[in-house]
Design a binder for this molecule. Structure first.
Ligand code: ASP
Ligand code: MG
Length: 468
């Protein structure tokens, strides 16, 4: 599919009837020029609502569960009524009721069990995307663009890591060729659900919160698309979060590696795993604003012409620094590190940055706050003996920290840059707690006291003249 354009619309880009209308108009306009597949998120806030409902069910709160079911139905019925003429509503309203009924059944099961098994959660929360795909496809058809809603559980084949599944590309490619390519050839616009997939034997999975971007890139790679456009509610990838740095500006072009580092370190424009399927095939990605579609957005490509120094700075405030320190010099620090990391990997905890410096091989690393407890439990059980016998000091957790990441391909081999960045931060009297720079020199990760995080971001942005 040489000319194929895959477009993804995020939650705010399909968050109301009006937004869905815009998404459909943008899709139909492109489809007049070339084959198009669109991937849609759930309406904004719906995934949160669905997750909350599963928690009500688990906790035995049936009234809360039912009240959420009503909200879910009302929100989608309202969108349907605003978008479709009365004569065309019936099958869509029926479809909405069916999907809400499915969600009712799954969460009722959770209520009975007083449990939310991960696989049932995945099956349940994918219903948000199935609802929005249903409505958008119906609206496109009503407007004269042939479209069909596709449940990605039929197409995206994943492993069985519920809640954070990874695609199996070979099988996904085969399914995409079998199920989506024929629609495109028949002139139909497939409206594919973001976020979800299923194992090869059909158990429903999801790709992790915000995973619709990833769905879109998986499909773009599987179908050999020419481009992927990701529609969000910001103008593109910015030099910093504009809420922290008023001078922040949109970058015209960034590399896959820069975009991935930025996403990984807290920039909200792209799901961190999005770019991996595209790099090898060099499928360019555009990050665009569906609220201002005339703006060019940011293009993400393999290589860019000019790239000097540090280009963007991101930050993460909800992180915790975990430190491990041997109490006795006889303890082999490398073994401790290996076992600690092994335990974290098994517990599915993401290590955001890692540093070690002292000869005693103490080391510290950063995790997301919500994964902190899992991280500590996993390490305490893996290192129970060393802790019990006092070979290791008790694991220390510091939540009053924040991470800032300075990113740019051009930082490689630019002497003095790190020094300038540290000086800029210390000029604000902010204490630097830990530093990590990989040998690729693509990112410098800096851990500072939480209360200094925003000022540090501003200081780095100004020092590196990112706004110019
Ligand atoms: N609806 C899902 C979420 O909110 C996936 C997405 O929006 O990308 O996490
Ligand atoms: Mg979302």
């Amino acid at each position: 599919m040489k000319d194929l354009l895959v477009m993804k619309f995020g939650g705010t880009s399909v968050g109301s009837a009006e937004r869905m209308r815009t998404a459909a108009t943008l899709s139909a306009a492109q489809k007049r020029k070339r084959p198009v597949v669109i991937v849609v998120s759930a309406m904004s806030g719906v995934t949160d609502l669905l997750i909350e409902t599963t928690k009500h069910a688990e906790g035995g709160d049936d009234a809360g569960r039912k009240s959420n079911l009503r909200k879910l139905e009302e929100r989608h019925v309202q969108a349907c009524e605003e978008l479709l003429p009365a004569a065309k509503r019936k099958p869509v309203l029926g479809g909405i009721r069916e999907l809400v009924g499915e969600f009712d059944r799954i969460t009722h099961g959770m209520l009975m069990l007083e449990d939310r098994p991960p696989r049932s959660v995945d099956e349940a929360i994918a219903i948000g995307e199935r609802l929005s795909a249903l409505i958008i496809a119906a609206y496109l058809n009503a407007q004269g663009t042939k479209a069909e809603a596709v449940n990605a559980a039929e197409v995206i084949v994943t492993d069985a890591v519920f809640g954070s599944a990874s695609p199996l590309m070979e099988q996904t490619t085969a399914r995409a060729r079998k199920l989506i390519a024929p629609l495109i050839r028949a002139g139909v616009l497939p409206v594919v659900t973001g976020f979800n997939g299923a194992t090869a034997d059909g158990r429903p999975t999801t790709l992790g919160r915000g995973g619709s971007d990833f769905s879109a890139s998986i499909l773009a790679a599987a179908l050999g698309a020419r481009e992927l456009w990701i529609w969000t509610d910001v103008d593109g990838i910015m030099t910093a979060d504009p809420r922290l740095v008023p001078e922040a500006r949109v970058l015209e072009e960034v590399t896959y590696r820069e975009a991935a580092e930025l996403a990984y370190n807290g920039a909200k424009v792209l799901h961190p795993r999005t770019l991996a399927p595209l790099v090898e095939r060099r499928i360019p990605v555009w990050s665009k604003n569906s609220f201002a579609p005339e703006k060019p957005g940011t293009k993400i490509v393999s290589r860019i012409r000019s790239s000097n120094g540090a280009r963007a700075v991101t930050s993460l405030g909800k992180v915790a620094m975990v430190s491990l320190e041997p109490a006795q010099a006889t303890l082999n620090g490398t073994h401790v590190m290996a076992r600690a990391l092994g335990a974290l990997a098994r517990a599915n905890v993401e290590v955001l940055s890692l540093s070690s410096s002292s000869y005693r091989q103490s080391f510290c690393f950063l995790v997301r706050s919500e994964e902190k407890e899992r991280a500590v439990e996993a390490m305490e059980s893996a290192l129970a003996l060393e802790l019990a016998h006092g070979y290791l000091r008790p694991i220390d957790v510091d939540e009053q920290v924040g991470l800032l990441a300075v990113v740019g391909e051009g930082m490689q081999g630019t002497p003095g840059l790190a020094g300038r960045i540290f000086t800029a931060i210390s000029r604000e009297r902010i204490n630097i707690i830990a530093i990590a720079q990989g040998s690729s020199e693509l990112t410098i990760a800096i851990v500072v006291r939480r209360e200094g995080l925003e000022a540090a971001v501003r200081a780095v942005h100004a020092e590196c003249a990112m706004g110019k």
